[in-house]
Design a protein. Structure first.
Length: 120
């Protein structure tokens, strides 16, 4: 028996008020909280453990975009790469030069004279 995908519609997403997880198919879920907020979640298994990857709130991420993000994550899992690890790797890590410049700017205010700042 084939699993169905694209179960939800845009109209159904806006009308859903019942708290819980509502499946769209293919690991994509709409989480509705008791307070009424709605978030998109992709659920998958990685090395035998259940993982949840947040895709964004309904106000910021449309149903179509959530499906695209879930498809990208599914492809990542199929390629044996953890989508959450890829998401974390996308965060910017400052270079040594940027970190040094920020340190100098923070440190200058605590120095006694401008000569001390010039040495940094």
């Amino acid at each position: 028996m084939a699993r169905t995908i694209n179960r939800l519609t845009t109209r159904a997403v806006s009308a859903l008020q019942r708290p819980g997880m509502h499946a769209d198919g293919g690991g994509l879920y709409l989480r509705v909280t008791k307070a009424g907020s709605k978030q998109w979640v992709y659920i998958y298994r990685w090395r035998g453990k259940r993982r949840e990857m947040g895709l964004g709130g309904v106000g910021a991420v449309t149903l179509a975009r959530a499906r695209e993000k879930a498809a990208e994550a599914r492809a990542s899992v199929a390629d044996k790469t953890d989508p959450l690890a890829m998401k974390a790797a996308k965060t910017e890590i400052p270079t040594f030069g940027k970190a040094a410049d920020e340190f100098i700017i923070k440190r200058k205010s605590t120095l006694r004279s401008d000569k001390s700042g010039a040495r940094l």
